[in-house]
Design a binder for this molecule. Sequence first.
Ligand code: FAD
Length: 519
Amino acid sequence: PRPIELLEKSIKDTKPEREEIQVGESVVHWFKRDLRTFDNKGLRLASEKAKSKNVPLICMFIVSPQDYEAHFTSPARVDFDLRTLEVLKSDLQEKNIPLHTVTIDKRNDVPGHVLEVCGKWGAKHIFCNIEYEVDELRRETKLLKKCLEKGIDFQPVHDDVVVPPGNLASGAGKQYSVYSPWLKAWIKHLHEHPDMLDAAEPPHQNPETAKTKFKDIFEKPIPTAPPSKAIKDAEYKQRLGNIWPAGEHEAQDRLERFTKEKIKNYASSRNLPAANSTSLLSVHLSAGTLAARTAVRAARDSNSSRKLDAGSAGHGTWISEVAWRDFYKHVLANWPYICMFKPFKYEYSDIEWEYNDEHFQRWCEGKTGFPIVDAAMRQCLYMGYIHNRCRMIVASFLAKDLLLDWRLGEKHFMENLIDGDFASNNGGWGFSASTGVDPQPYFRIFNPLLQSEKFDKEGEYIRKWVPELAGMEGNAIHDPYGRGKGKEAEKAGYPKPIVDHKTARARALERYKGGLRRS
Ligand code: FAD
């Protein structure tokens, strides 16, 4: 059985026993990647349980450096989470709800800490929202059993996705591995179960007594970033803070502005990296300062037809993009081996990759001599974010033109993106490298020059991120050493292309074809 099935089975099998457990002296909600008070199912359930007996609700968040290491979490993201915790702590405090935060060095000690503090607080009910990565699912399954041995009811619930995995099966009763039919099923499911989009109310005000009883928790500051994940460069830290204000209020404001001002033109402009036409909500969806459910509901409600499907131009298209996020989480839950650095498609396990450190470094630093690639990679280093079209371009370039193992790129993204999310990142890399679910066939290889001309026609995006080329006129900006004859680029210190696309394409085709496993 898959880890998600084992967890769900444990939840189901232990239900009668757990239902017998009386409310203790407090109820706990364990925050993970759901750092918000609004529309949070686990938190809502915890709040209702606490209210039923008028006992305090206590929230907790555990900073786990080893978990960060295991997921290659970027310092930018750790910083965002910690800034968000400040907002969350103060919001909860207004309702007399304490937020216990702590750093636990060894990830194996996390469950022990949960049990220890719940014992100390006399909590008999703990709620959390489910994360779909393998280690997390296994941890929760074990914790559920341990809790029960101690007479504690631990309830992990589905909240991170709009439709929980396992609800959408193809005609053959299997999980879809292709997005389009999956999307149809996803929309149909939501039309049949519109309540799935209903919002969970924020938590209740808690007894006044909590204020004095948990004074030490209220007064304890939020932990600092573990040394391995601390941002050393003060200017970078400040910049991230300015570009990506943290917390759920910012997420709500951004969502509101997007659905009022930009969503109607999303379908026609979403592929243009210079257009600033996407929502920039990925960090919020990834950290859980915004629920995907809230995002879909807002898009539906801002559309006069109140439809979810793509027929309704911008609104429908945006909803179908948010749905990609659900799709990749379903893929992760159903094919957990993708968490183990394995390609989704077994037949792509044996491709002979190049081992060229210099090429990899040049790709990471945005010095490949391909302006659109360099612009995107520099955007990543500057702001921890890359436009989706450019993520596809740079991923294809790494795996096909440079023929470097796509997992190097996947890791680099996690280590640098502020919105790093295993399922979406792995899905995007698998798609671009043709090794994943619903892949492009391996022989479809992006031509960086054509992509650049089509999606950054005036070179605006390139000019912004590659200042050496800012003065270059006309079409030469896409190809400074070909059309541009190179003089100006050379003078400005812009590098020559590190590969010839035509030759690299032929090499990739040969290697991919030759590396295909037949059985
Ligand atoms: P919008 O266009 O406004 O879309 C709204 C939301 O829908 C996004 O915030 C995101 O949550 C979701 N979404 C949109 N497109 C996709 C997609 N293709 N796959 C999954 N979800 C999507 N997204 C991440 O959140 N984290 C990642 O680590 C990540 N890595 C990626 C790696 C590669 C190689 C590729 C090709 C894509 C990756 N994406 C990732 C998906 C996508 O690029 C970003 O979600 C998007 O660029 C975020 O910008 P936005 O919020 O303005 O998106």
